[in-house]
Write a protein that binds this ligand. Structure first.
Ligand SMILES: [Zn+2]
Length: 327
């Protein structure tokens, strides 16, 4: 059985360097401006919640989000998915820093509390905050922005084509992994006096970045919720723009989009419960150099990305691998 999530290993070191292309006030030689019209096909039902509920035939249904009257995905959510994937395939920092402090866990192994140790949380991959201050940037912060630095990647909202509306599906109550499953560490047996509180677990090394895939376990007593989803087989359309993009950065973005090094993306709710799988089906690129001349998209940019020092090859191989088949 699947756990409902997999890990992509973190890079040994984050690559923080000067990145002159990470500016907005001028066009930088050697870069391109890109407008990519993207069409994804939904391979599973997709739930993007509107944050509201309605009563339908005595059932509470979590409503799906409408974009201009059509079921869809906000640009910010799409960008979040792409950033997480771009971070995973590059030697970038982790922007979603796990919290310091102890959490209570429920486990059959007797472990009742766990925490990430300080040395881990002070590590190189979690230094995103300090990064903006000294001017050196990791690949993902340079492209997707950080603190005062605006993102060079923007995405419109995505909406489904045609006249299909929502259908209603059922999903078990959310399941999240216990903290002692996210990494390697040590278990401290509880003393006699602490017996009631159970054993404690310290995580020293993370398995990596977590991605929800597969179908996780459903508790016997799980409560099921009704949700509005857009149907499998829908075409989801929107536009991505990139400013001052180096060809190898575009290569990395194409991999993050699941293009050529083919892999599916997961979006919305229930990603670890058989929902949210989408796949890039069609891409139309309009690219211009700083002089305004049209440029053709080249698959060679993906190879340039793979050969660049920004690429985290092990992470990329794993990200692609866990997003194959019925993920
Ligand atoms: Zn960074």
């Amino acid at each position: 059985m699947s756990a409902g999530y997999e890990f992509v290993p973190l890079p040994a070191r984050v690559r923080r360097v000067r990145r002159p292309e990470a500016v907005h006030d001028r066009r930088v030689p050697g870069t391109l401006s890109a407008v990519l019209s993207l069409t994804f096909v939904t391979e599973q039902q997709v739930h993007v919640g509107a944050g509201s509920k309605e009563l339908v035939d005595d059932d509470v249904v979590r409503q799906g989000l409408l974009i201009h009257g059509r079921p869809g995905v906000p640009g910010a959510s799409m960008k979040g998915v792409l950033r997480a994937r771009y971070e995973a395939i590059t030697r970038s920092c982790v922007t979603l820093k796990p919290s310091r402090g102890q959490v209570r866990v429920r486990s059959s192994s007797g472990i009742q509390s766990a925490r990430l140790d300080d040395r881990l949380l002070d590590g190189d991959v979690f230094r995103a905050k300090e990064e903006a201050a000294d001017g050196d940037l990791c690949p993902a912060c340079a492209l997707f922005g950080r603190m005062s630095l605006r993102s060079r990647v923007t995405l419109t909202d995505f909406a489904i084509k045609g006249d299909a509306l929502f259908e209603v599906a059922e999903i078990p109550e959310q399941f999240s992994p216990n903290l002692h499953h996210v990494g390697r560490g040590s278990r401290r047996p509880s003393s006699e006096r602490e017996h009631d509180r159970g054993a404690h677990f310290e995580v020293h090394e993370l398995h990596g970045r977590k991605f929800a895939v597969g179908r996780g376990p459903v508790a016997d007593k799980a409560r099921w919720q009704k949700i509005e989803v857009f149907p499998k087989g829908s075409a989801l359309q929107g536009t991505m723009r990139v400013h001052n993009a180096l060809p190898r950065e575009l290569g990395g973005l194409l991999v993050a989009l699941g293009w050529k090094r083919e892999s599916a993306l997961k979006i919305g709710g229930g990603k670890g419960q058989g929902f949210g799988r989408i796949r890039l089906q069609h891409l139309v690129a309009h690219l211009r150099d700083p002089a305004g001349r049209a440029v053709e998209l080249e698959d060679a940019w993906i190879t340039m990305f793979e050969r660049s020092e920004d690429c985290h090859a092990e992470g990329m191989a794993r990200l692609v691998e866990i997003h194959q088949g019925d993920c």
